[in-house]
Design a protein around this ligand. Sequence first.
Ligand code: ATP
Ligand code: MG
Length: 220
Amino acid sequence: MSGLTLALSKGRIFEETLPLLAAAGIVPAEDPETSRKLVLATSRPDVRIVIVRASDVPTYVERGAADLGVAGRDVLLEHGGANLYQPVDLGIARCRLMVAVPARFDYRLAVQQGARLRVATKYVRCAREHFAAKGVHVDLIKLYGSMELAPLVGLADAIVDLVSSGNTLKANHLEAVEEIMPISARLVVNQAALKLQRARLVPVIDAIAAAVPAARAKAA
Ligand code: ATP
Ligand code: MG
């Protein structure tokens, strides 16, 4: 147990976590977009970063292959995340999990009439809970990406997807009709590491938490 391993995904999570890490004195030695390395050294000899798929972060941290990581609320809810300590909402990678339908589809009427909806999504667990709570019958169709296509080719009546600007929906003649929940990324920590590596982990968690308000103000 000689150092800390931090799991991050490439893209927006990596980019938006950088300023928060800097506040903890952690600066990656390389950019994962240009380097092909999956293990990155940092300015701190006792901290390294591993680059994993966004949806794999909870697995690495839960099993202790990484001591901590950053994952979206969407990913954590789909994964379960029951064994992860989630001390800080980082307020980054903000978007909303929403139900969207083709502009000409009358969602409210379909719900009112008790129609069985075909819903395509990557977020099967969140979608199932949402529609069950509303008492709406759904056939969930699991997809791994490009959910916007499904209603256009008749695979589904509706989709459940993450929306930020809404531009992708608009470009595909879809409109958001219901918000399921707001999404942001959270710091996740392995519970055993929190005990065994407490002296190293707690200052990092505290420094990141302290930097969140400033990062949030800048993003707003
Ligand atoms: P991959 O690209 O490897 O298939 P992914 O699509 O989950 O995985 P990202 O697009 O980097 O990876 O998304 C990472 C996290 O960022 C998501 O889990 C979500 O929490 C958040 N996110 C996704 N889309 C948006 C968006 N449009 N705006 C803001 N945050 C988003
Ligand atoms: Mg993506």
